[in-house]
Structure formats: C-alpha cells, structure tokens
Ligand binder design. Structure first.
Ligand SMILES: [Zn+2]
Length: 529
C-alpha cells in the first residue's frame, strides 16, 4: 500500500515546477510540499474510512501466489534444504498478505466503532481523524481512527484504540503485548530478542522490555481488583460460590508458605555518594511466596514424584500485608470456604505462623519435617564435626523421635546436653531448644508415616490411604521458589522494585492459568465463543 507520508514523485515534480520565490524560495517550496502531503493524507484517510471488511485484491493474491511458488521452487532445486526451510519460506511468503489483511481488518473494526466515550458512552465532540502506526504479529500497520473530546469526563478519547485493545502510548498490538509479557517474564530481554527473531518477529530489546513492564503494571492492576473482592462480605460469598463448581467431595486444602530474596538496585550511579553519606544500602529484599491446593489434586508420577494437578500461586515483593491479602483471596478461590480441613505447612519462620493465625485461624499447622531435621543436624555437626560417623550416630535416635511425635524427648536430650557445653555453644543450643519448644504442637508426623507404611504393605484403611497422601514437608512451595528464582535470581542480575513486582505478577498470572483474563485472544477457542 502506498503511504501518504511519502508522495516523493509528486513532491519532486512540484518542486521543479515551482519558480524560485523572490523573497524566500525555500519557504515557498516547503509550503507547496506541506500542501501536497496534506492532500495525500486526506486521500488516504478518505480511502481508509470506506473500508468495511478485509480482503485481498486479485492482483495481491496473484503476487502472493507467484512469490510462494518461486520460494518453493528454489527449495525443490536445492538438495540441502529440508522441511525446516519449507516452513521458514512459507511463513515469510505469507507475512505480507497477512499484514495487509490485518491492517484492513483493524481498519474495518475502527470504522465500525462508534465515536463515543468509553466510560460514559456520550457522543464525543470536536471529532477528527488521525493515523497511527502499530507493530503487529505480521509487521507494521497503519490505522486511521476518529477521536474526540468527552465533555463529561474531560478528556480526549480514541474509542477505536480501546476497541482494538491498543495502549495509548505504546505501539504493540495485543498479540505483541502478550508475547512481550510472556517472553520477558520467562527470560531476560536480551534472550527474548533472539527467541522472538526465530518466531519471525523483529523486536528490539527496548521494545520487549518496555512492553513487558507495561503489561506487568496491567497485571498488577488486575490483581488489585481481584484482591479488592475481599472488601465486602457479599463479594467474598460471590467469590466462594464462583469457586464452588459441582458439590465437592470432602477435601483438605493445603497452604504452603515460604520466602526467598531478590537483589535490587534503585540507586544506579549513587552508590558512592550514599556510602559516603553513611547510608546503608539494602540490596536484598524478601519475595513472599505461597501455594494453595486441594489434597486430592496431589498425586504421584510413575517415578513416585509428587505432582499437583491444580494449584494456585501467590508471589509478591510488596511485604507481608500484600502477601496476606493475596493469599487469602487465592485460598477462597481454591475452596477455603468448602474445605473440611485446612492445613498450613511451612518452615519455622514466625511471620508465617502469624499469617496463619490471623487469616486461617481454624487451620492445622504443620512444621516442615525436613527443616526440623536440619535443625538437629546443625547441632550434630557443631558437636561432632560435619557428617562424621559420631554426628550421624548422635542424630539418628533424635530424627526417629521426631518421626514418632516424641518432640518432648528431643527437647529433653538437647537440654541434657546443655550443661556440658561452653557458654557460646550453650547459647546456640538454647536457640535450637526454643525452636523445638515453639514448634512442638506443629510436629505431628507419625500418623502420616504409619499410613504410608500401611499403604506399602497393602493393609491401609480408607482413611490411611487419604492420610498417606498428605505431605510431610513444604516441598511444593520450595520447588516453586526455585522455579521463580531461575528467572529472577540470575548471576549479576539486579532489579528495581517496580520492575520485579510487575514481572512477578505476570509470572503468577500465567501460573494461575488466568492469562486469558489479560489476553482474551489467547483463549484457543475464542473464535467459537
Ligand atoms: Zn465520558
């Protein structure tokens, strides 16, 4: 398509025809040029305004066919080229006709959009026609659309942009918005550039980075709306009903909570100055993470690895209050209201149990068994040297006590040991004693271990079969932490507070299978609905 911005032949002819003006020849030439450009634009705008549906002309179809034939012929003649070359060439040959169709389809949609305020639906005043360029899956598109002023809302509006899902200041089409969000939340932008290139998309690092950030902010907004559903009792009821589905079998809802740290740097270039001013620079910050699932959605692979088929995630760098609100919302959506029993599993961190007490008061609390083991191993290693036979011999009966729900015996053994140690070691041991004292009521593992044994022996009751599936530790949330860290905690990587939260939010939206709430076109069957 001819673009009205480059009427070069006409302009050149006009420039030649023009007699040099006595006063200021350059100004006269410029005036004529502007006139012709304006004329060209007006023609293009008028042509765009008439498009009601997208189609290709016979000439365009013929050109496409010829181009495709030539490409395929070259591959046929070349012995070294395989199906991969065919795939590449066909995709390239098809790009231009698809670009034309996309441009015309978007134009038809823009033309059909009433020029009304998107908030109050009032007809806009001072209507004008303006073009914009945008980047799409098939390349650059030119779009003309009406805009106008809403007297009530006091703002200029482009209703067609809104209808087409376009951002006000950003050139990305909805597909490129989604793709930027997806790629950059999975990998650093400089890698995303190369992956995008292999997908046939020429996107710069800057484009991907900016667009992904913009999408992250959109995801945060959507999350804030979701959390706001907890503001009234009616809304909570609605959310609980929404998650209900068919009446469920009695189930246990498991909530696992953990945290990991992320490195941030919001003070680029000011490090020295801040240090000199005696300011302590905090670079590491907590990202709080939780996962929620129904116990009957937890199973085992043939290799006896635990898998959870359906689960919710929460991740935030915005502090405990944010985590608590988001987690509560996720738990309600996953059936908190219908659960027969709620089980919170975590390591010994005090803040976790505070959240459990505040929001899940009825829940049973369970300390991660493997963290308890680690604490005993720490004492053993201190006393007898790292993993020595003596350390192993000392720790073995204590690990067994833990599995037998005999935490009091563990505490007694540690206390007995105390008078024999030096002052500094006594203090260290006291910390461990307190750890077991504080968590004693959360250390009930025997029933689960017995149930697993009974299952292995084939003597399990129905109740034991269910119990055997209960996790002993918080491995589900720990593996999730590791997965997030693969993206957010790479060597040499620094984040900004705004940057990491936006991407964490996108990644979580994806994991929660709510991606299509932000990108309705990503629903595979959208054309059928
Ligand atoms: Zn309005």
């Amino acid at each position: 398509m001819k673009t009205p911005a480059q009427p070069s032949r006409q302009v050149r002819r006009a420039q030649v025809r023009q007699k040099p003006h006595a006063q200021n020849p350059d100004a006269e030439i410029q005036r004529r040029t502007d006139e012709i450009v304006a004329e060209g634009k007006a023609k293009a705008a008028a042509a765009a305004a008439t498009i009601t549906h997208a189609t290709l002309t016979d000439a365009e179809l013929a050109a496409w066919r010829q181009d495709m034939d030539q490409r395929l012929q070259r591959i046929e003649q070349n012995q070294d080229q395989n199906l991969g070359h065919i795939e590449e060439e066909l995709a390239r040959a098809t790009k231009e006709p698809l670009r034309l169709l996309a441009e015309r389809a978007a134009q038809a949609k823009a033309n059909a959009t009433p020029c009304q305020c998107v908030h109050c639906h009032r007809e806009l005043s001072q209507q004008k026609f303006l073009s914009r360029r945008l980047d799409s899956r098939f390349g650059s598109l030119l779009l003309w659309r009406r805009y106008g002023w809403c007297e009530d809302c006091g703002e200029w509006q482009f209703p067609a942009d809104h209808a087409l899902g376009l951002g006000r200041q950003a050139p990305a089409s909805p597909y490129l918005q989604e793709l930027s969000a997806l790629l950059v939340s999975k990998m650093p932008a400089e890698q995303a550039v190369l992956v995008a290139e292999r997908l046939g998309l020429d996107l710069s690092r800057c484009f991907l980075h900016r667009e992904a950030h913009r999408q992250g902010l959109k995801a945060e907004q959507q999350r804030a709306q979701a959390v706001a559903e907890l503001d009234t009792w009616e809304d909570i009821q609605k959310l609980a009903r929404y998650s209900e589905g068919p009446p469920p079998q009695p189930f246990t809802l498991v909530i696992e909570i953990d945290a990991w740290n992320i490195r941030e740097r919001d003070d680029w270039g000011q490090t020295e100055a801040s240090r000199k001013a005696g300011k302590k620079l905090e670079r590491w910050h907590w990202v709080y993470l939780a996962t929620v699932f129904r116990l009957n959605h937890r199973g085992q692979t043939a290799g006896e690895r635990a898998v959870i088929t359906e689960r919710g995630f929460v991740a935030t760098r915005q502090g405990l209050e944010a985590l608590t609100a988001q987690l509560h919302r996720e738990a309600i959506a996953r059936g908190l209201g219908q659960a027969q029993q709620v089980l919170v599993i975590a390591d010994g961190a005090v803040w976790i149990w505070n959240i459990a007490k505040e929001r899940f008061a009825e829940a049973r609390q369970q300390l991660d068994l493997y963290h308890a083991d680690e604490h005993l191993w720490a004492v053993a290693n201190d006393l007898f040297g790292r993993s020595t036979p003596e350390a192993r011999a000392w720790v073995a009966p204590l690990l067994q006590h833990v599995r037998d729900d005999q935490t009091c015996a563990v505490i007694a053994s540690l206390k007995e040991l105390k008078p024999r140690l030096q002052q500094a070691e006594q203090e260290k041991l006291q910390t461990q004693i307190e750890y077991f004292e504080n968590n004693e009521h959360r250390m009930k593992y025997k029933e689960i271990i017995d149930a697993r044994k009974a299952c292995d022996q084939g003597t399990a009751t129905q109740e034991q079969i269910q119990l055997a599936n209960q996790p002993l530790g918080s491995g589900a949330v720990e593996s999730t932490c590791r997965q997030y860290q693969c993206r957010f905690k790479r060597t040499g990587q620094f984040w900004t507070t705004a940057g990491d939260e936006a991407l964490l939010c996108l990644e979580t939206l994806w994991r929660n299978a709510r991606w299509t709430e932000l990108y309705p076109h990503a629903k595979p069957s959208c054309a059928l609905n």
